[in-house]
Design a protein around this ligand. Structure first.
Ligand SMILES: CC(C)(COP(=O)(O)OP(=O)(O)OC[C@H]1O[C@@H](n2cnc3c(N)ncnc32)[C@H](O)[C@@H]1OP(=O)(O)O)[C@@H](O)C(=O)NCCC(=O)NCCS
Length: 167
């Protein structure tokens, strides 16, 4: 397994990967339809991470297959000390440490980019992800009621932050 920064040539594989992981849980902002982006738009989206210089989209590869994806999205202006993250791993590969390796890489990139606070939102019942985030020092700073609405079901989310100041 290898972690590499996404490049525009990965767009088609990434689109297929997002459809797969979107259909495997109800934890993400999309389902089996994936993200509504054409290959060209996905290429531009990936390029925007490269152009940004501070943000990073990291892909975990098993041979030619994407098995995980972690994005660090750095913010601007008065929030330029902050970044958000998103992470997913293909279900068949859960529990093998890929999520942890992606977190290591995203936090290293955040420190390199001068980020002081990383934030994320996670379903309150997503115990595996919450365990992963707590392992890296993220703490719950509150609950956002009805953060998702999936069909008729409202889902509460935990808001979590990792304070990197002093690290
Ligand atoms: C969350 C996710 C990224 C974790 O990836 P992963 O590759 O399985 O992560 P790792 O193998 O590095 O670590 C998983 C940790 O959770 C623990 N774990 C597994 N099942 C668990 C459970 N039911 N409850 C609590 N912890 C659990 C593992 O023991 C491991 O912790 P450890 O390193 O202390 O032993 C992956 O499950 C995923 O993609 N889920 C679907 C998408 C998602 O939920 N993304 C997050 C949205 S906020």
């Amino acid at each position: 397994m290898e972690i590499r920064q996404a490049v525009p040539e990965n767009a088609e594989k990434l689109i297929e990967y997002l459809k797969l992981v979107g259909g495997e849980t109800d934890n993400l902002t999309f389902g089996s339809e994936g993200m509504p982006l054409s290959v060209e738009a996905e290429k531009r989206f990936i390029q925007s991470y490269l152009d940004d210089g501070r943000s990073a989209m990291l892909l975990a590869w098993d041979g030619d297959d994407i098995v995980g994806c972690g994005s660090l999205m750095c913010m601007n202006r008065r929030m330029s000390h902050r970044a958000g993250i998103a992470i997913s791993v293909k279900k068949s590969e859960w529990g093998k440490g890929i999520g942890s390796i992606l977190m290591d890489n995203m936090i290293a990139q955040a420190l390199k980019a001068g980020i002081e606070i990383i934030s994320l939102e996670v379903r309150v019942d997503n115990k595996r992800a919450i365990h992963l985030y707590e392992k890296y020092g993220f703490r719950n700073i509150g609950t956002f009621p009805a953060f998702f609405k999936i069909g008729d079901e409202y889902v509460d989310f935990e808001l979590m932050t990792l304070d990197l100041r002093g690290m």
